[in-house]
Design a protein around this ligand. Structure first.
Ligand SMILES: CC(C)(COP(=O)(O)OP(=O)(O)OC[C@H]1O[C@@H](n2cnc3c(N)ncnc32)[C@H](O)[C@@H]1OP(=O)(O)O)[C@@H](O)C(=O)NCCC(=O)NCCS
Length: 370
């Protein structure tokens, strides 16, 4: 038995949800470029869960359900108020999502129908949880979700406590479409491993949030923003990046396990970053990002991934850095739950082997003789 580090190149399951072939990402056969330009996030989530774009009545019904489920239990809000204010939003989100299960009577109902409802419910509730966490950290009261708003609009409304402008809503909606699913990425795999023991959907999503939190996965977008903040202005980009490369440190937001010729999602976020900068008469963050990209591509041959330009997009929308990875979760929960539903359909426990590299032939020695 020989181990493959990081399971690189290992095909661990079949899936009909999303695919990456020759650098092209598709959800259910639709090119991500097509969806980013034309679909709403609600249509995209429906597509991931049910395999086809919704008809108008199906979309209306989904929007009604998302509105109906968006409120979160008072008990969960009360618990969130007790979390330490300086804890990371992802750690708080992981805990809050886990406790949502405690207030859902159907949490352990493993019927297909109940699990589909819970997928929609989790999608509806995650934005409410993240907005509430953000407000509580600032000493503000959470704002209840408003009926009839899209996920992107409702999230910004609950976050800011006022109606968001439509440019911000559109930009966030597109970012949600771009982050919704990504084949067998680390958090999706974590979610599938968890539910493959026939554990419940809340446990699967909680595992996935834990995996997304790390800086090599979803946490990279926050790390990119920290880097841009540390650099400060355009003139400092070159010495900063040069120093990092000399110290052989990783530059967050670059490289990818699957894409070696560029992440197809990055160009959309790059364009949005530029447009938002121009609109705000300040393209500093965009210009710095472009300079970093030029340097890294030239010296390391690495291309930006989805997390690189999303950092400047979210900042220009006025969203604080601590919410970048939670926003990734608000989007990716659609993909996680689609994969969990798929896993349940033809389940087998996921239990690979390890290549043993430890000691052998050891003999027990009593504690006072060691
Ligand atoms: C995404 C990532 C985890 C993929 O990891 P992986 O497939 O295991 O690739 P590795 O980390 O083994 O990288 C392969 C080589 O490229 C280099 N490399 C990869 N990403 C790099 C980066 N962001 N900055 C500098 N060097 C990088 C590695 O140092 C390694 O070089 P070496 O062979 O000389 O040691 C990795 O590219 C990374 O850490 N990127 C930064 C974090 C990030 O943006 N994550 C979000 C992914 S969407």
């Amino acid at each position: 038995m020989t181990a493959t580090k990081g399971l690189e190149g290992i095909v661990a399951t079949t899936s009909s949800i999303s695919s990456i072939v020759d650098g092209v990402l598709t959800y259910r056969g639709y090119n991500i470029d097509d969806l980013a330009e034309n679909a709403t996030f609600e249509e995209t989530a429906y597509l991931l869960w049910f395999g086809a774009l919704p008809t108008a009545p199906e979309l209306q019904a989904l929007k009604r359900d998302l509105s109906r489920f968006a409120a979160i239990p008072e008990e969960v809000i009360a618990q969130m108020k007790l979390y330490p204010k300086d804890t990371s939003t992802m750690a708080a989100l992981r805990t809050a999502v886990s406790s949502l299960a405690l207030y859902d009577d159907a949490a352990d109902d493993m019927s297909r129908e109940a699990n589909e409802i819970k997928a929609v419910k989790l999608q509806a509730q995650l934005p409410t949880v993240v907005a509430a966490l953000a407000r509580i950290r600032k000493g503000l009261e959470p704002v209840a979700p408003k009926e009839g708003l899209s996920i992107a609009e409702n999230f910004l409304y609950m976050l800011w406590g006022q109606q968001p402008d439509m440019v911000s809503v559109k930009a966030l909606d597109t970012a949600l479409v771009l982050h919704a699913d990504h084949e067998l990425n680390a958090s999706t795999f974590a979610g599938r491993v968890t539910v493959a023991t026939l554990s419940d959907i809340y446990s699967g999503v909680t595992s996935a949030i834990g995996a997304l939190k790390g800086p090599l996965h979803g946490g990279a977008n926050e790390a990119v923003m920290r880097m841009l903040e540390n650099i400060g202005d355009l003139e400092e980009v070159e010495p900063f990046i040069q120093g990092k490369l000399e110290r052989r440190e990783k530059i967050m937001g670059f490289g990818h396990r699957v894409y070696k010729n560029g992440d197809p999602r990055a160009k959309h976020l790059m364009r949005m970053s530029h447009e938002l900068g121009v609109m705000k008469n300040d393209t500093t963050l965009y210009d710095m990002s472009v300079k970093i990209e030029e340097l890294i591509t030239k010296q390391k041959g690495l291309k930006p991934n989805v997390d690189f330009y999303s950092a400047s997009v979210y900042t220009q929308l006025g969203i604080e850095r601590e919410l970048f990875t939670p926003i990734f979760a608000i989007s990716r929960v659609s993909g996680w739950t689609a994969h969990i539903l798929e896993q349940y359909v033809d389940n087998r426990i996921i239990r690979p082997r390890a290549e043993y590299t430890g000691l052998s032939e050891q003999k027990y020695v009593p504690v006072d003789e060691r």
